[in-house]
Design a protein around this ligand. Structure first.
Ligand SMILES: [Zn+2]
Length: 502
């Protein structure tokens, strides 16, 4: 607290904070606490007094210098602009004008741009506290101006305790063994746990017993997964991604969903091979409709993709992104409409669906049998290729091994083996830029850190490390981290422009 006070007095405050975390984890609560800390008469402090006009005003939602915006319902750019025009006026009752923008990722692009102008040159009396469940959707230009805190989900035991407390208060009958199931399904969100508890009470006729709860949770997940497989079978990318969102809304774990998907593909494969497999009585009816949809070899591939995606989940930017990518990969490998890989699959629903994976190769000049020129700068060449999508990823991740006459030798780390189908795109791209005929040979192996992607990552890591060191010495950061229980998202740390004091 001393450190925080010192930090505030010395003006070492960030202009904008971004609180991230799953729904119901307490982002808005923390944001209001920060607003009180900034404006409390006893403060600035990390322990607001709770009885000064500022504290009471904020608690009762009538403090003129706290402007709360729910971006989910209020994304019109005019309103945003109007709101931001107010930043030039000094606070009327408090120390700081605090803008609390909830679900900030829902802002429209133009609203973001309006906000960015203020974020670039914020008046000293203005603080932004942004909250989001989905930082992936916040533009990098905004992210880079925020100090990011990710709120930890509540541990399951704590959630179970809370549920027990509620049930006891309401004098409802329950089996203690049912509570950890609900707590686990809620994945750290108390709000979700309470909603699941409501559903369990409805499902169990006013009481909470272990077996019905297990059945209820299983049913929720099963039906979401079957929807998902159906969308896949129909190559319906939009529905597929919507299914991922449904899973998230039901707080079902992505890890578990991938596991269950693998089970489904296993069941399907087994059903194909042994139509009357006795172990599959339950699912046979549901799955029977899709028995003919996938050739056995494709089922093997789909199974492999889900198992692999589960292993990769900890390395994904976040679990939802990892899960989505797995779904998109499953989609990319759907047989028919008959577009042979590695041509870009038209059904992959990227945000910009019209962007092809590769600019169409110019009509091949048949007389061209020229040797490729010597290549001494692979990174520069990759840039000139102007590839997109997965082909671009492939080019960024291969390591240069050398070339002989018509052949370019590259190495690709095994973990990127899924990019191999795009080598034909890469080859034609190289041919057209180098105006020659060539073959590609890409061997799988251990990477040595020479790929374009790794070189970039190293450069960034060095700058990031320097910024982290600076920030570690910032007392306000420490105070928020220690006292309010936030975890600094290290990736949000960016070097400040020269001359700007944090
Ligand atoms: Zn106070």
């Amino acid at each position: 607290m001393q450190a925080l006070r010192h930090a505030l007095r010395s003006g070492r405050l960030h202009q904008a904070y971004l609180l991230t975390g799953t729904r119901g984890v307490g982002k808005t609560t923390l944001a209001r606490l920060m607003a009180r800390g900034l404006n409390c008469e006893q403060g600035p402090t990390d322990v607001p007094c709770g009885h000064c006009p500022a504290c009471i005003g904020i608690e009762e939602g009538r403090f003129p210098d706290l402007l709360e915006v729910d971006a989910a319902t209020n994304t019109r750019v005019e309103e945003m602009r109007e709101l931001l025009e107010n930043t030039q006026y000094l606070p009327v009752a408090g120390r700081f004008k605090v803008y609390l923008i909830d679900e900030v990722h829902m802002l429209s692009r133009s609203a973001f741009n309006a906000m960015l102008k203020t974020l670039e040159e914020p008046p000293p009396h203005v603080k932004f506290i942004l909250a989001t469940t989905d930082p992936q959707k916040v533009p990098v230009t905004v992210l880079s101006r925020c100090l990011q805190f990710s709120l930890r989900p509540l541990p399951p035991a704590q959630i179970a305790d809370r549920l027990r407390h509620v049930l006891e208060q309401e004098q409802l009958s329950f089996e203690a063994s049912a509570l950890p199931l609900l707590a686990a399904a809620a994945q750290g969100s108390l709000r979700d746990a309470l909603s699941l508890l409501d559903q369990a009470l409805a499902f169990g006729g006013g009481e909470v017993r272990q077996e019905p709860v297990r059945a209820m949770l299983g049913t929720l997940e099963r039906s979401a997964l079957l929807d998902l497989v159906r969308a896949l079978a129909e190559s319906d990318g939009e529905t597929l991604i919507a299914c991922a969102d449904t899973l998230a809304e039901h707080s079902l774990s992505f890890d578990h969903a991938l596991q269950e998907l693998a089970v489904l593909f296993h069941d399907l494969a087994l059903l194909q091979a042994i139509p009357k497999a006795p172990a599959l009585q339950d699912s046979a009816r549901e799955l029977g409709a899709w028995r003919e949809r996938w050739p056995a070899s494709t089922l093997q591939l789909l199974y492999q993709i889900t198992v692999q995606a589960r292993r990769d989940l900890p390395f994904a930017p976040d679990e939802r992104a990892g899960f989505r990518m797995a779904l998109l990969r499953l989609l990319a490998f759907q047989p028919g409409p008959p577009v042979p890989l590695p041509a870009p699959s038209p059904v992959v629903p990227f945000a910009h669906p019209t962007v092809p994976d590769l600019a169409p190769a110019p009509a091949a000049a048949p007389q061209r049998a020229r040797l490729p020129p010597a290549i001494d700068d692979w990174a520069g060449l990759v840039e000139r290729l102007q590839l997109m999508g997965m082909t671009h990823e492939l080019a960024r991740h291969v390591e240069w091994l050398g070339m002989t006459q018509h052949q370019i030798r590259l190495r690709l780390a095994r973990k990127f083996a899924h990019l191999l189908p795009y080598q034909e795109n890469l080859r034609t791209g190289l041919e057209s830029v180098l105006d020659c005929d060539l073959r590609l040979s890409i061997e799988l192996g251990d990477e040595e850190g020479t790929s374009v992607a790794q070189q970039e990552a190293q450069t960034q890591a060095q700058a990031h490390q320097r910024a982290l060191q600076t920030l570690a010495q910032d007392p306000f950061t420490q105070a928020v981290r220690d006292v309010l229980g936030g975890t600094l998202v290290e990736s949000s740390v960016k070097p400040l422009p020269q001359g700007e004091k944090s």
